[in-house]
Design a protein around this ligand. Sequence first.
Ligand code: CP3
Length: 349
Amino acid sequence: MNDTFLKACRGEKTDFTPIWIMRQAGRYLPEYQKVRGKVDFLTLCKTPELAAEVTIQPIDILKVDAAILFSDILIPVEAMGMPLEFHEKKGPVLAPAIRDENTVKKLSVPDPEDKMRFVMDTIRILRKELADRVPLIGFSGAPFTTATYMIEGGTSKTFLNTKRMIFQSPELYSALMDKITSTITEYLKAQINAGAQAVQLFDTWGGIFSPQDFKAYALSYVKKIIHDIRKWQKAEKSEPVPIIYFVGETAGLLEEIKESGADVHGVDWRINLDDAIRRLGNNAVVQGNLDPIALFLPQNKIEERVKDILSRAASAKGHIFNLGHGVVPETQPDNVIALVEMVHRHSKR
Ligand code: CP3
């Protein structure tokens, strides 16, 4: 098996730098559009055979070194009891938004094998179909990023309702976060049980906080999840599964992120990778950090940036190449294919 990705996560020496791409299964691929043309997004997430099919597409097309489960961070929110819809223009809509004690009380902590069985079934199919070609990454939203969608009722620019709840009703926020944190912990354990070989927590909106607030209102819950998963794995005597923690707008928060307990830290493009490594400590294993829009450059310019990132990563204990955030739908697939080839070629040791 190509286990280069897992080795890099553990900080072991590898023959080349592994690469996968956030949102690698998605609308920029005509092959994805073809499947998606037949069903809506949520149906795609909930049909294990189809979700497995689009998960594998980028492995065949791009030759990336890891597969990431096709699903969405809002699936567990629906399982907690909030009706979820995806609108073509508006994106996700969750209604009614969580704003008071009553709505928090109504939320449940679901049994993942019951309410999200389709996710575990997708993982089980994928492990069979991948047949150890590349490792499979499971994922969840981190509690804070998940909470923003629940409190705002969808995507937001200012996160005013979320911050207002945190500052004006801290007990309500804490009660909500306890439920979300338990849900995500159980959800990730179930994914690992079903066969996920690494898991990533997405904290896309962590960067809206001051470092102090990030620590209190986002990071503390992530630390709890990671601690509980490790404790559970120790008790089960199972091999530890690498945990990746990705925070958007990473640069102002590295000293806090460093304390997460994750094996790998995602870094976005707003900071040089060597700078981020210095601040995370030289034992850090990092993932990143090409600007997704740099894929719109001519290929020779993409190549310069690949070489630059690879050389800046030299001081880390491990490096997994990725974008600093998800690939956007307008991206040319040929440039993504070229990126993967360049990373492999220039990092060969
Ligand atoms: O990375 C992968 O290839 C795996 C699949 C995956 C999706 N979403 C599929 C998806 C993953 C890991 C996610 C994570 C996710 N979802 C995040 C965190 C990472 C990030 O990008 O910041 C967030 C914030 C969401 C919530 C979400 N899902 C929004 C806001 C939207 C609408 C905006 C958009 O990008 O379309 C989605 C929809 C979504 N999730 C699509 C895909 C492929 C597009 C749906 C479609 O086919 O129409």
